[in-house]
Write a protein that binds this ligand. Structure first.
Ligand code: DOR
Ligand code: ZN
Ligand code: ZN
Length: 429
């Protein structure tokens, strides 16, 4: 098969480490078929999918249900197993069953999965650390935000900004710091999802400096929207954690440029039109579609000179490949070397249009935003899944679980230099 790529860039396909495909359980919001079609259209060749489905991916039985749904996938995928208080005894079976990593909800969000007490998180980290798989964290403190939300609701606030007021940066910063300390103690590898505030950067930088194996992502909405957008976008902008003030956005951009933030992921979180357009902020579902809009939106930033194309590829492909064991350790191969590729046209001008997204829950605060730079062909393991801007429908079911090629590095012992655990152990010898 031949396409004319003159004047275009051939890049490794994007790896989105953070998507919610809702299947099984909430298939009116998204399915594996529609979610991965949206990915293919967005130049994304691999996704890592979150466990807050119904049933949640906390048992092998639930994992097998999800793997069955995922047989519809257009693109390759990894599945996050749930790390919760009630399923600590299942974690090793989930690894055996084919998860590519774990997700722990430290704060409450869609699906209402309880956030495990710190003791349970520590135990979970200890178990997973033995196997080297990365644990992704929704790092928000459930207790702080539950109290604040209650007060705001009782005071009759139901405007979109009430959502931001319920989750000030300390909600996230406290959880990032705690997660980093637990990772340092146990030797677990962790990934901080959706960094939304400048305040989280200090514990992140400090943990990295101490040698904690910690990676972090932010999302296009934190880089491209700020508090001023609430008036126009209303309930549509509601997302956990919230889009914050411009001062946070500026700090996030600096952290993208200095490498503190390793990845750009989307937190693709589709909900139906009705679920996203409610007058009462407390009943509006959080999050929005993203896997198809990331590339045009971020390539626009590349074109505007805010990010080099090389850095963009590092943050959307190389870094997630390394963090999740998809980067071949032997030989000179690079991500995309099994021909997971996207061909982009940096001159193509488009407008984000909810009606044109393949995602079922296609409401997005980016609707109407202009973009310059777009994916035109997507190949997964050498096969076109999008061609000339159109979905290749025969490629449905081409997607494979990345676990078959995943190579996590051998587990590291605890940070011998700095943790008191290590020092105590040494002194007892
Ligand atoms: O806004 C969000 N939506 N944040 C999350 O952490 C979960 C997600 C969802 O699943 O809808
Ligand atoms: Zn989250
Ligand atoms: Zn999420």
């Amino acid at each position: 098969e031949v396409v004319d790529a003159r004047g275009k860039y051939i890049l490794p396909g994007a790896i989105d480490a953070h998507v919610h495909f809702r299947d099984p359980g909430y298939t009116h919001k998204e399915t594996w078929e529609t979610g991965t079609a949206s990915a293919a259209m967005g130049g994304v060749t691999t996704v890592f999918e979150m466990p807050n489905t119904n049933p949640p991916t906390g048992t092998v039985e639930a994992l097998n249900l999800k793997l069955k749904s995922a047989e519809q996938a257009y693109v390759d995928f990894g599945i996050y197993g749930l790390l919760g208080e009630d399923n600590l005894t299942e974690l090793e079976a989930l690894i055996e069953g084919g998860v590519a990593g774990f997700k722990c909800f430290m704060g409450n969000t869609f699906g209402n999965l309880p956030s495990p007490p710190t003791g349970a998180i520590l135990e979970g980290f200890e178990i997973v650390a033995k196997h080297g798989y990365r644990i992704a964290l929704h790092a928000e403190n459930a207790s702080i935000m539950a109290r604040r939300s209650k007060k705001l609701r009782e005071a009759g606030r139901c405007d979109p900004l009430a959502h931001l007021d319920a989750r000030p940066p300390v909600v996230a910063t406290e959880a990032v710091s705690r997660a980093a300390i637990l990772a340092e103690w146990t030797g677990a590898r962790i990934h901080i999802l959706h960094v939304s505030s400048g305040d989280e950067l200090r514990p992140l930088r400090e943990a990295k400096a101490r040698g904690v194996d910690i990676t972090a992502e932010t999302c296009p909405h934190y880089l491209l929207l700020d508090e001023r957008a609430y008036t126009e976008k209303k309930s549509l902008i509601r997302v956990n954690p919230p889009v914050r003030e411009k001062t946070h956005q500026d700090q996030l951009w600096r952290a993208v440029q200095d490498g503190t933030i390793d990845m750009i992921a989307t937190d693709h979180a589709p909900h139906s039109h009705e679920e996203k357009h409610r007058d009462d902020i407390w009943t509006t579902d959080c999050g929005f579609t993203g896997v198809q809009t990331q590339m045009p939106l971020m390539l626009t930033q590349v074109g505007a000179g805010r990010l080099s194309l090389t850095d963009y590829v590092r943050m959307t492909s190389l870094a997630p490949a390394k963090a999740f064991g998809l980067y071949p350790r032997k030989g000179a191969l690079l991500p995309g070397s099994d021909a997971d590729l996207v061909i982009i046209d940096m001159e193509r001008e488009t407008q984000v249009d909810s009606a044109k997204l393949k995602s079922k829950g296609s409401s997005t605060p980016f609707h109407g935003h202009a973009a310059k730079g777009a994916p035109v062909h997507t190949l997964v393991r050498g096969r076109f899944v999008m061609r000339d801007g159109a979905l290749v429908t025969e490629a449905k079911g081409h997607g494979r679980n990345v676990r078959r090629i995943q190579q996590m590095p051998t587990p590291k012992p605890r940070n011998v230099e700095t943790t008191t655990a290590a020092i105590v152990k040494k002194n007892r010898k």
